[in-house]
Design a protein around this ligand. Structure first.
Ligand code: 13P
Length: 247
């Protein structure tokens, strides 16, 4: 049985004061116990949010990190710095990082290895553009991203990885992939993982992301292969995040 996992990706939103208001709002609500809950907050909020969630079962995530532990990388954040704060998860290879910050399958793979080395669980993002989908290349693209990200990663480490399928055309656009399209791609991702790791792929959780909101989460989560959601916009309101968790 794969435990469902609902993760909020706050992106570049919420200063410290606002982050605490949001977390305190979430904490006041009754959140399902049998669903894993993660909030991936800006670096500057991590420490305060960690303190604010200490008596809860909400997990903390970062949205990126560097693959080296230290060095002359101005403006970057090391996995050791995240570890010190007690970060549980890190988003790796989000499409916005691939698109605006030149993240490649190679740097994604290096970050995956570093995260695993330091016991920070990766939330690995993959997904195609609209153009790639319209030219029927979406599976080829996602397969390449998965194979690139998992290159040289050992079978004993993969159960801690969460994969998020986020079709780029569905992010922040209000367009959700239909639950059938999402299920179809997520099944394909599991087959790809199966060809790399065999039966262990059954234990890897795969989320859908892209305009998930309270109104569509139930239908998505009813699909057999969809194990969770990675949510941007709708994770920024305590009431909506609660509804997502309690799908
Ligand atoms: P939205 O939920 O705002 O479409 O964002 C999805 C996303 O990119 C989560 O990582």
């Amino acid at each position: 049985m794969r435990t469902p996992i609902i993760a909020g990706n706050w992106k570049m939103n919420k200063n410290i004061k606002e982050s605490l208001e949001l977390v305190n709002g979430i904490k006041e609500n009754n959140l399902a116990k049998d669903v894993e809950k993660v909030i991936c907050v800006p670096f500057t909020d991590l420490k305060d949010v960690k303190a604010a969630i200490k008596d809860t079962d909400i997990k903390l995530g970062a949205q990126n990190m560097h693959f080296e532990e230290s060095g002359a990388y101005t403006g970057e954040i090391s996995p050791l710095m995240l570890k010190e704060i007690g970060v549980d998860y890190v988003i790796i290879g989000h499409s916005e990082r691939r698109q605006y910050f030149n993240e490649t399958d190679e740097t994604v793979n290096k970050k995956m290895k570093t995260a695993i080395k330091h016991s920070i669980k990766p939330i690995l993002c993959v997904g195609e553009t609209l153009e790639q989908r319209e030219s029927n290349k979406e599976k080829e693209i996602v397969k390449t991203q998965i194979e690139g990200a998992f290159k040289d990663i050992k079978v004993e480490d993969v159960e801690n990885v969460v994969v998020a399928y986020e079709p780029i055309w569905a992010i922040g656009t209000g367009k959700t992939a239909s639950s059938n399209d999402a299920e179809d791609m997520i099944s394909f991702i599991r087959e790809t993982l199966n060809s790399l790791y065999g039966d262990v792929s059954e234990n890897i959780r795969i989320q859908y992301g892209g305009s998930v909101k309270p109104a569509n989460v139930k239908e998505l989560m009813a699909k057999k292969e969809i194990d969770g959601a990675l949510v941007g916009g709708a994770s920024l309101k305590a009431g909506d995040f609660t509804k997502l968790v309690n799908f």
